[in-house]
Design a protein around this ligand. Structure first.
Ligand code: FAD
Length: 469
């Protein structure tokens, strides 16, 4: 028998947000604090992917792996050790405790803001009208004057025979392991695959990374790809690059085998398989066609610079709208929609998109890479220094990597900055702020910077920029 549908005047909201991810929750809290009647519908993860299954839990696990790597290197720091053991159940427990704390924090924020949180799966049944299937099967229909879609994305499972049947891990299950895999096969050499591959290796797993591209992080400059490859090989991670998997056999968690195309054909066997080969937007099966919301060919929701969809009164934010897939971008999408509600002019098209890959050491970039500059035909001046010339890295025994900067050929404008090395994410942030403020590169060269810190590297970096013209 079908479940009764609840409906009444209380089901009209000024703003409905579908998905409680970064952009959605901040929009909801902000609007509710302004006195608006706001509803957020969330099917599983209170606060979205970042605190539950993505950024924060992965960085938590990666930090445990960093601590393990220090233990394995302890003699180098003059600390003798008896033995090192990895208790993955305890590693997971630390992560789970953090996640539970974050969920509590989110619930407090909902309460304090006055935004209503409804647990259930949302589906449009007509323009700005949504049916919610709550846990237990109960249905509720709600309608918003304004609706914001922030349903995020999920791990893509490529169409490879045998892949689904092999029950592979995605990042969700990998972050929940209570044991170290004997031999982890990682399909995909993007940032999710690389971060988890290195962490699992540091916990003691044998790890093989497989990708059809010829390099790791293939969109980045050659020197970045090369440095990452060297890091991974030094840590004992096996790389099978330029290999296209054509079939998967076996079951992840037992024995799994990848068969590849090419000369020669390879058969790569491991105990577990992690799939990290891209993201698919959560835009199918949610009734978008009934809401008048059009999709792009990629499956992302079609939006303009204000994140308005093709349906009047409906916006889309974050991964599902095809915004660069980062939590800080979903957050900025919130600001764009908030300002659009208020009649402002903020858009997505002119913003900075910084990012950091949390391998150890990290890799971070803001603005143009050399590859981008060449593709776009933008001439530049280049300066590059090894991280070992930044003396702080020597005190840390973390001398691997480099930083480089692209400066405009005629003016002193910073076009892009790349850093692969210890503290990369924080170092990049300082250059980003200089770029944002429109500072000439000489301002960083001539600043008095604390010794010995990583930012001190700006002095040699910006002192060796070739002269203009
Ligand atoms: C392993 C991993 C590590 C990452 N690390 C980083 C990092 O370090 N830094 C960074 O910036 N980014 C990182 N990312 C990317 C980042 O997590 C995403 O870009 C970001 O979470 C996207 O936010 P969002 O608001 O678009 O969607 P999400 O946070 O995914 O939120 C969408 C929400 O909608 C809900 N939902 C979906 N469909 C429905 C429905 N029909 N009804 C109700 N609710 C629904 C989902 O349950 C989910 O909670 C990482 C991603 C992964 C996978």
């Amino acid at each position: 028998m079908s479940q009764p549908v609840e409906r009444g005047v209380s089901d009209e909201y000024e703003i409905i947000v579908v998905g409680s991810g970064e952009g959605g929750k901040y929009l909801a809290w902000t609007m509710a604090k302004q006195g608006k009647r706001v509803l957020v519908i969330e099917r599983k993860y209170i606060g979205g992917s970042c605190p539950n299954i993505a950024c924060l839990p992965s960085k938590n696990i990666i930090h445990s792996a960093k601590v393990a790597s220090y233990f394995f290197r302890s003699e180098e720091f003059g600390i003798s050790k008896a033995s090192v053991g990895i208790n993955m159940a305890a590693v997971r427990e630390r992560k789970r405790a953090m996640v539970n704390g974050l969920i509590e924090m989110h619930l407090d924020n909902f309460k304090a803001s006055g935004a209503e949180l409804l647990l259930g799966t949302a589906r449009f049944i007509s323009p700005r009208t949504i049916e919610v299937i709550q846990p237990g099967g109960r249905k509720r229909v709600v309608r918003g004057t304004r609706v914001v879609i922030g349903t995020g994305s999920r791990a893509t499972l490529p169409d490879i025979p045998g892949l689904v049947a092999s029950e592979p891990l995605t990042h969700i299950e990998a972050l929940e392991l209570d044991h170290v895999p004997n031999h982890l096969l990682v399909l995909g050499a993007g940032y999710v695959g690389l971060e988890l591959a290195q962490a699992m290796r540091r916990f003691g797993s044998r790890v093989t990374v497989i990708d059809h591209n010829p390099t790791l992080a293939h969109r980045e400059d050659q020197d970045v790809c090369g440095a990452l490859e060297e890091l991974f090989r030094d840590e004992g991670i096996e790389l099978r690059l330029g290999c296209r998997v054509r079939a998967v056999e076996g079951i992840s968690g037992q024995i799994v085998r990848l068969r590849t195309n090419g000369e020669p054909e390879l058969s790569i066997e491991g105990s577990h398989l992690l799939v990290a080969s891209g993201r698919t937007p959560n835009t199918s099966d949610i009734g978008l066609e009934l809401a008048g919301v059009e999709l792009m060919e990629s499956g992302h929701i079609k939006v303009d610079g204000h994140l308005r969809t093709t349906a009047p009164g409906v916006w889309a934010i974050g991964d599902c709208a095809g915004s660069p897939h980062f939590t800080h971008i979903s957050f900025d999408d919130f600001r764009v929609v908030r300002d659009d509600f208020a009649g402002g002019s903020r858009v997505t098209t002119d913003r900075q998109v910084p990012f950091c890959m949390f391998t150890d050491p990290e890799f971070a970039r803001i603005g143009l890479s050399e590859t981008d500059a060449k593709v776009q035909g933008i001439p530049y001046r280049l300066s590059k220094i090894p991280m070992k010339s930044v003396l702080r890295t020597r005190t840390l025994s973390e001398t691997r990597g480099f930083m480089k900067v692209l400066i405009d050929i005629n003016s002193d404008r910073i076009l892009g900055f790349t850093v692969f090395g210890v503290g990369a994410g924080e170092i990049m942030g300082a250059v980003q702020i200089a770029m944002f403020a429109g500072l000439p590169y000489a301002a960083l060269r001539d600043a008095v910077l604390t010794h010995p810190t990583l930012l001190e590297g700006f002095i040699p970096l910006f002192s060796t920029v070739p002269a203009a013209g």
